[in-house]
Write a protein of this length. Sequence first.
Length: 642
Amino acid sequence: MDRWMRKKGCGGAKQFISRKKSVFRLSSVLLCICAVLLAVPVQSASAAVFIEQVDINAPKIKAYVQGNVNTKTTFKGLLNGSDKGGNPASVDLVQEGATKLAAEDDAEIRYIFLLDNSGSVSEEHFQAVKQNLVAFRKKISKREKDRMDIYTVGVESPNKGKVTVLENAGRSDGEQSDIKKIQAIKRDGKKTVLYRSINEITGRSMPSGTRTVLILLTDGEDDSTGSKNDPKTTFSNVKNAAIPVYGIILAYGLSGEGNQSKIAMTKRILNTMGENDRMVRGSDISHRNKASAVDQAFQTLQNRLWEKTFIVNLLSNSNRTLSNAALTLIKTNGKSEESKKSSIGYFSHVSDNEAPELSDITVQSASKIGFTIRDENGLNKDDLLNQANYKIFRVKDGKAAEESWGIKKVEIPSAGDGSSEKNVVITTEEKMYDGEYMLKISGLRDASEEANAIEETEKSFTVKTGLTEKDEVQEEKQEDKSLFQEYSWVLLLALLFIFGLVIVIILLKKKNEKVIRMETNPDDLNMADSRLITLTVTDGKGLTKELQWDVEGSFFVGRSDICEVFFDDDKLSKQHFVIEVTKMGCYVEDLNSTNGTFINGVRLSGRRMLSEGDRIGAGREEFCVQSFQRSFDSIERTASKV
């Protein structure tokens, strides 16, 4: 037996012991890996390329992206939305410059913190959060443009609002005062109005040129009241917000686990549950009470904001305005990957000051001429087909005749027809004679926002296969004869009218009656009147509301609160336009605004009378005139004897 073990058994035992040690070592390694993974804050998986938020300064777009991106990645962009008529439209975007790290950008960043200071938050976590907020305040003092807001959401009653601790903080000269305010925050709230506060902030209109992020510091419980502050509405608001939401789920400090359904919903809002609908990120440290967990979560948050976010600058290559637009980024180097779409609401256009260009005229027959008109931003088809925009004159002795040649129709043949180039054919009512002619064109606009109308342009052309002078003499004689025969009844009717008028005058002289004549003072027509005006107002977010104003004289619209109607819209001037009511009607006038006022898509110059159905565009708002009814009739009349 001993010999057998020496020959076989001992060797087998050694192999068994060796294998057992290997399994033990492997198990130890796996346990260490699991421990490390548990120590790392829970993160939601990021998309290959994800748009965090979008900053618009038309015609430029700045996109903040995360995911599978580095400074060597290049993109092209696509905007899909609706044009002014509500039809589907798109705009291509090209990248301008290289992709760069967000930490290297000098644009302003605004950090908005919502701090849960209710009694349910772990005391150890709460104190650690305050220390990290102090450190954060010191850090942004070195970044001149950055600003920091802190609001507490622990309140006495669930129908109360958040409490302001800091607003617009960041300058180094106010650092010590801000730190004292942070350190003075107490964990004394009885209820938490987290969702109410989230909905209020995500509903704000954020300023252009500023990157804004919302950061939640909470144990996840919420007590907000009101139908607009329920979990589903809050989740939808976060999903559709123009700003991203980050957060840290803190430990629940009182006995028990807290309301797990409320906490789970907050985690879902922060995307720690594995959903990937929006670029929202959260760290779940609720299972760890150590203060170091808060420090690590803050470090992860800052790393993502500055070191894991990249900036892509894009430029529109088309002169178009889109509403309800969504941006998609597509990689143009390496593996092609599409980003998640990001809604940006509104996109303006590239400036265009060039009118359409007209080519030489070709004579196709004695009654038909053709030409080509071009504009890189497209052409207004209705203008091209409008006969009133064309005049044809016959030229004799170097001068154009006073009367224009009759135009029967204007056509745009399909052959050679493109968006930026149109072939136009004009057919005259009668054949043209041999000789020199002149075509005058005016009022043709391009398809850009400026709708640059072509100034009156003259083009000469020669007809060589038309009627001759002999044909012209015979035709004139025939026209004179036909004219007399056709209108002889007019002469008879005129004689009868004169005879009747003489009889009426004689009869009037015989009457000795007083006649009262009502006279209207012309100056009174421009005096102020009162009208009830009904407008449908659509703001920059696409929200529509019907409003009525009883206007006497005038009312102003703009960004300033001194206006009768004002909006928080940086595209509006302080006093943008005015609507004036006179006895003659309602007028609209632009008040030298920076971005202009548009009536039915055409930029307003001077004063213009309004009609029902007119659409007034100013800034990001649109005002549709539904009706205006006179409140009282104030035209004065005076009576005098004749």
